[in-house]
Design a protein. Sequence first.
Length: 196
Amino acid sequence: MKRVAILISGGGSNMLRLVESMTGDHSARPVLVLSNNPKAGGLIKAQQHGVQVAVVDHRPFGKDRAAFEAELIKPLQAAQPDIICLAGFMRILSAEFVAQFNGRILNIHPSLLPKYKGLNTHARALASEDSEAGCTVHLVTPVLDDGPILGQAKVPIVENETVDSLAAKVLRMEHQLYPKVLKKFAQNETQPVYLP
Ligand code: GRF
């Protein structure tokens, strides 16, 4: 049975779908939900689902990323995850940290990578007058939002689309895509998932 740690910074809606998906014949189970934000709403949801939680607040470390990551690694070492899922985790991880879990960190990004790496993806898609948007699950490598794609889901951009309406549509697809990708990844199937 593969052990999965999920890193969050906020509400944890993706984390919740991942936790709820790991049942029955799924070859993975959640062993830790870890946040850099002590107020992350997802921590309560994780506890309600009986998942171990931990918090390493990044703020006391200021710009000292290495010191923050030296603390962040501790609950992960205790939980011994086989797979780490970043789910709305808003801190950039160093190449050294990523290297310790090389090839075993997944991330979900709210754009059709390689387009719109970084932030404000929906506003950028609207500004470019794209006809579609979406989300991508990828392996995390030292380069931000750049690793091999494990899955993508598309949504149309319609007349009068706003950032909020697009974000809501994409988030709903994230909730479908991420659990499907994790299930395959946990079975060592790397054939990418494309939705719809
Ligand atoms: C959302 O903007 C989502 O697109 C991105 O992280 C943000 C929060 O997600 N992946 P969550 O509700 O905390 O999973």
